[in-house]
Design a protein around this ligand. Structure first.
Ligand SMILES: [Zn+2]
Length: 130
């Protein structure tokens, strides 16, 4: 075996490895997509403290204030099993521009207001939904 043969073989092994890694990554994304769980409820947390828990099967709008003067707000909308931020007074509007979330583990975050909306599929939590 010549040195150039060995080089070629190593190159081929690299290619195989790259394809295997790509395949595994694609499979992971596919599995996560196939086994994603519909959310049952969402929680609202403000600065790490849970301030509300709502079923996703009841359409409603919730306004959350981030300050005592009630000038900083997020209006959260639950509609058709999904939750999104309908309106917000934050400067970046990232939360308002986020798409509606409906699957377990998805979040919408409003950094300026310290607000996090998280979707859960856990049925047990439904007992304490307000
Ligand atoms: Zn925001």
């Amino acid at each position: 075996m010549t040195a150039s043969d060995t080089k070629k073989r190593l190159w081929r092994n690299d290619l195989v490895l790259i394809f295997v890694l790509l395949f595994v990554a694609a499979l992971g994304i596919l599995l996560a997509f196939l086994f994603r769980q519909e959310g049952a409820y969402c929680t609202l947390t403000q600065n790490g403290k849970e301030i509300g828990r709502y079923s996703l099967s009841v359409d409603r709008e919730i306004t959350v204030y981030a300050d005592a003067q009630k000038t900083a707000y997020n209006t959260v909308r639950i509609k058709d099993g999904g939750v999104s931020v309908l309106a917000a007074s934050c400067p970046d509007k990232i939360c308002q521009n986020s798409r509606a979330i409906r699957y377990h583990g998805e979040t919408v975050v409003c950094l300026p207001h310290g607000l996090v909306i998280t979707v859960y599929s856990d049925e047990d939590g439904l007992d304490i939904v307000v």
